[in-house]
Design a protein around this ligand. Structure first.
Ligand SMILES: CC(=O)N[C@H]1[C@@H](OP(=O)(O)OP(=O)(O)OC[C@H]2O[C@@H](n3ccc(=O)[nH]c3=O)[C@H](O)[C@@H]2O)O[C@H](CO)[C@@H](O)[C@@H]1O
Ligand SMILES: C=C(OP(=O)(O)O)C(=O)O
Length: 438
């Protein structure tokens, strides 16, 4: 297991280019399974979760050519569907959440798929009902093997058939799975209460370039007319990662650093900049860049009725839950107090124990809510021995360590590498004192 050794308290300075979005990449890479033709995808982040999915695709028989950093051509011409029954696949499939999204494309193209309960972050219960109920409506039988914990899905007629699907919750990966399956189903599929965040929009745009007929992109009502087959795509570029962008903003604020984040695609950030404004952090729009000046202090705004601010997650256009851990850390050195309410996941806030050990003033009210009383940089966090439980808690602890007085050690940094590309190298480029030992 690798570790980071960090000497904190050093203000950083410079420009940073955000990585391509992890969650869009996971969707788009699964979409290559829908066609036997070539797709060229650019700006894919070189992170562990993506490497794992590419490994699964290769083992399935997808030809993968690397044209340059983050630039790949995929061709799913000869697929070995039997690979899904191997122990190797079950291990890989279990290690990332994104693996579940191979189900829709493979079911639509080959009529059967076998998939383990996917892994990814252990941040609470993560239901698959949205995926399974959707695929069932389109005409699939589902069998669950309780002992081996995998699902076997088979199309019960000749092919999938379009249906009206009202999703019980706007699951992101669930929506992606159903959309991909429906592109090759017979007739019309309507998905209501679909997730509609920019990465789902990007997936739909890519599918339309491949010949799909999807309407309602960007809304929660998606209509899809199934086609017989899909073609390739000469170029699709992954959007910048909004969670990584939020991580850089939080890092800049708490370490009093001056950072410019380049080419952020403002129009796809939704309310993310607004939320940081509410935390009192100055950020300026400079063309398509975000400029964060060095700030000695940032004051959390109050609600309009003068009550303590609450920040909570919600499906898009609400705030992604993936930024709440980062906002929690940022709040520890703000002026004022905030209630962080993590509605979607029940085990994501437990990492605040580590922040409390570092000297943060936090009350964990229950698994979903933490009150943070900001210290306004009057009492810095203390360097500590830390362990990274999931991607976002991991990056949050790293941000805390960079702001802390003294040296911190972060163990289990593989969790951070799952979602952040060359994070230590990029931090050193901005002037951070961080060392990786493997
Ligand atoms: C690979 C990928 O893209 N992962 C993202 C995706 O995971 P993923 O697609 O797996 O997450 P889902 O959107 O399915 O659901 C996340 C959690 O929120 C709950 N829920 C969801 C929608 C809703 O309307 N109400 C509700 O309560 C679900 O029950 C579940 O507990 O979306 C999550 C929620 O944004 C993000 O944290 C993950 O980074
Ligand atoms: C929860 C996350 O990822 P995943 O859904 O891949 O586990 C995340 O990126 O914060």
């Amino acid at each position: 297991m690798g570790i980071f050794k960090i000497k904190g308290g050093i203000p950083l300075k410079g420009e940073i280019q955000p990585q391509g979005a992890k969650n869009e990449s996971l969707q788009v890479l699964c979409a290559v399974l829908l066609t036997s033709e070539k797709l060229r995808i650019k700006n894919i982040p070189e992170i562990e979760d993506i490497k794992c999915l590419i490994k699964i695709l290769k083992d399935l028989g997808v030809l993968v050519k690397k044209n340059g950093i983050g630039d790949y051509t995929f061709q799913a011409k000869n697929i070995n569907i039997e690979y899904l029954n191997t122990k190797k696949f079950r291990e890989y499939g279990k290690s990332i959440r994104g693996s579940i999204m191979i189900a829709g494309p493979l079911l639509a193209r080959f009529g059967k798929v076998c998939i383990p309960i996917p892994g990814g972050d252990r941040i609470g219960r993560r239901s698959l009902d949205a995926h399974l109920k959707g695929l069932k409506s389109l005409g699939s039988n589902i069998h669950y093997d309780n002992e081996c914990q995998y699902f076997d899905l088979r199309v019960h007629k000749k092919n999938l058939n379009g249906k009206y699907i009202l999703m019980e919750e706007a699951s992101i990966t669930g929506t992606a799975n159903i959309i991909m399956a429906a592109t090759l189903a017979k007739g019309k599929t309507t998905i209501y209460n679909a997730a509609c965040e920019p990465y789902i929009q990007q997936l739909c745009k890519l599918l339309n370039k491949m010949g799909a007929k999807i309407k309602g992109i960007g809304s929660n009502l998606i209509n899809i007319i199934g086609v017989k087959e899909l073609g390739g795509c000469k170029k699709h570029t992954i959007l910048p990662d909004m969670v990584e962008i939020g991580s850089w903003i939080g890092l800049a604020a708490i370490t009093c650093s001056e950072i410019k984040i380049k080419n952020v695609s403002w129009k796809n950030l939704g309310i993310v900049p607004n939320i940081f404004h509410k935390m009192g952090i100055k950020l300026e729009k400079d063309k398509d860049n975000i400029y964060i000046p060095s700030q000695e202090s940032y004051q959390i705004k109050k609600s309009l009725n003068n009550a303590i601010l609450t920040i909570s997650d919600a499906p898009w256009p609400g705030l992604t839950p993936d930024l709440l851990s980062i906002l929690t850390v940022v709040a520890t050195q703000a002026k004022g107090s905030v209630l962080i309410h993590q509605k979607m996941f029940e085990s994501r806030l437990f990492f605040v124990d580590k922040l409390i050990e570092m000297g943060a003033q936090i009350i964990l009210c229950d698994p979903h809510r933490a009150t943070v009383i900001g210290l306004n940089h009057k009492s810095p966090l203390r360097g500590s021995l830390l362990n990274s439980p999931d991607i976002r808690a991991g990056i949050s602890l790293l941000i805390a360590a960079l702001s802390a007085k003294g040296t911190s050690i972060i163990q289990n940094i593989e969790q951070i590498d799952r979602g952040y590309e060359n994070i230590d190298e990029r931090l050193r480029f901005l002037g951070a004192d961080i060392l990786r030992t493997t």
